[in-house]
Write a protein that binds this ligand. Structure first.
Ligand code: ATP
Length: 495
């Protein structure tokens, strides 16, 4: 990266623009380039003016703080072969004098071999972009992230009056650094500092906290929503095959696995009856594998203007790559790409978008585990099912009687009841054909009934609620049967 950047300076590009929120990384890059190319370096900001930099320390002030045009005019007049770094110049570019001087500088800098570098946190105005060369600094590499973690820890430890410890293994450090991908070094410092100050230690317990902090920092952006994955595999009843499959691939993204010759897992497609735990599984994978969970909302992809929908999808995928390793959950995938199957009425838009998604799934090289869920296979284009797209296609059927017992126990425990106090077998048998979500609802409604009767929750409250429910399996019997038939030879049973 540094070599490419220095080449741009050496080849006499007068104005280079870098849009980045990671200002300190850009400053490091520019300072290293100036030192290695043996060129004087000057830095300008509105608050400090134009200052000469000797190593990391600021030297004399050449132009005082305030407006930018005197600094630009100074550069034009001195014609020195130097590097000038301007921080946040973008907002000043609306000024006609600034705009004109910058344009004049293209020629004078060309003659004096001076280079102006603009670093801006916000996008530069289009009229400036037109005559500057843009340089992408990219995201910090894993090595840079690890350095940032170590330096932050060392700085806190050296400053702190309280003893600060670290008991992190090499493997945990690798996981931690992977979890921090997609953040700037500055954000890494903040996230690591808060994890360390929390208990005066850096250890494996910080991993979920760091992922949560990353989730909050990234927030929701466009069609990608960052979801809290506050569950673990004990929160899923049944689905034993699926759980065993996932547990086996848990370490699949590590360097260790790569060195062993394992290709990173690509993802799974889960088909099934609504309410049987598909979404829950996506959350459990993210939590269990210590990865953030991003949900792609297919409904949000479709914009009023056709071109925008396609760029929305591309942007969302690029963003997922920047944040990798992540679990990318594409919920109800059939909703977005349904018309890709038929001769569509949307001018081929969903077909093209579907094509973009398929080729991205094939080509992306980032550690991204895709979990796609679907309730309606008839709406899914057959290309999606082709072997190799997903590592596996699972069918999630209605839970068996044993799974229903497990699910009831989970929801009783979640509501502070001891499952041993209930006849789980009898309840599970009575709830034949119930989905996980209907079983949960029976527990919840049973609790309300007991509360209103001012008694403790007992089997009869839950049995009453079960008797009152008309399960989805009855209402949608035909569709569920169809789904089952279809999946028989095509999918692996999740349970
Ligand atoms: P949909 O297709 O309608 O989104 P889904 O298959 O994704 O449904 P979930 O949203 O995961 O189903 O299930 C809804 C709720 O039902 C879960 O949050 C959970 O509380 C409960 N539930 C469903 N299946 C299970 C299960 N196997 N174990 C424990 N709880 C379950």
């Amino acid at each position: 990266m540094a070599d490419n950047f220095q080449l741009l300076i050496r080849s006499g590009n007068p104005i280079i623009a870098i849009e980045s929120t990671d200002e300190s990384r850009v400053v490091d890059l520019v300072r290293t380039a100036a030192a290695e190319l043996a060129r004087p370096l000057f830095e300008w900001s509105m608050t400090n003016g134009l200052r000469e930099m000797g190593g990391d320390e600021p030297g004399r002030t050449v132009v005082p703080a305030g407006k930018v045009s005197p600094a630009l005019l100074h550069i034009r007049d001195v014609r020195q072969c130097a590097i000038y770094l301007f921080k946040d110049l973008g907002p000043h570019c609306k000024d006609a004098l600034v705009h004109r001087t910058l344009r004049d500088l293209i020629e004078t800098c060309g003659q004096s071999q001076a280079t102006i570098i603009l670093v801006d946190a916000l996008p530069l105005p289009d009229e400036i972009k037109r005559f500057t060369l843009r340089y992408e600094i990219g995201w910090p590499t894993l090595e840079e992230l690890e350095d940032a973690v170590r330096e932050t820890f060392k700085r806190i430890r050296d400053k702190s009056a309280i003893k600060i410890t670290s008991s992190i293994t090499k493997r945990e450090m690798e996981q931690l650094v992977q979890a921090l991908r997609g953040l700037s070094c500055h954000d890494v410092e903040r996230v690591v500092a808060s994890a360390v100050y929390d208990d005066f230690a850096l250890n494996a317990n910080d991993l979920p906290r760091i992922i949560e902090a990353k989730r909050t920092l990234l927030g929701s952006t466009g069609c990608l929503e960052s979801i809290a994955a506050d569950v673990n595999s004990d929160d899923i009843g049944g689905l034993d095959n699926l759980k065993a499959w996932l547990a086996q691939r848990r370490g699949g993204f590590t360097r260790h696995a790569r060195e062993f010759g394992i290709d990173s897992p690509r993802g799974i497609l889960m088909l099934g009856v609504p309410g049987c735990g598909k979404s829950l599984c996506a959350k459990v994978v993210a939590a269990d594998w210590c990865m953030p969970l991003l949900r792609l909302d297919p409904g949000m992809l479709f914009q009023k203007f056709i071109g925008e929908s396609e760029s929305q999808l591309r942007q969302a995928l690029a963003q997922a790559e920047a944040m990798a390793p992540v679990v990318l959950w594409i919920d109800e995938i059939e909703k977005a790409f349904a018309s890709a199957t038929a001769s569509s009425a949307d001018g081929g838009l969903s077909k093209r978008m579907f094509g973009t998604l398929l080729s991205w799934m094939q080509d992306h090289r980032q550690p991204i585990f895709i979990i796609a869920t679907a309730n309606d296979i008839s709406a899914l284009p057959p290309e999606l099912m082709r072997k190799g797209r997903f590592d596996e296609i699972f069918f999630i059927d209605l839970p068996s009687v044993a799974a229903r017992e497990g699910i009831l126990a989970i929801h009783l425990r979640r509501r502070k009841r001891d499952p041993k106090q209930f006849d789980l077998r009898a309840l599970a048998q009575a709830a034949d054909g119930f989905t996980g979500s209907e079983l949960e609802q029976a527990v919840v409604s049973g609790l309300f009934a007991a509360f209103n009767q001012k008694t403790e929750l007992a089997d009869r409250h839950i049995l009453d609620e079960i008797a009152k429910t008309r399960p989805l399996a009855v209402v949608m019997a035909e569709r569920i049967d169809e789904l089952r038939q279809w999946s028989q030879n095509r999918c692996v049973m999740a349970d």
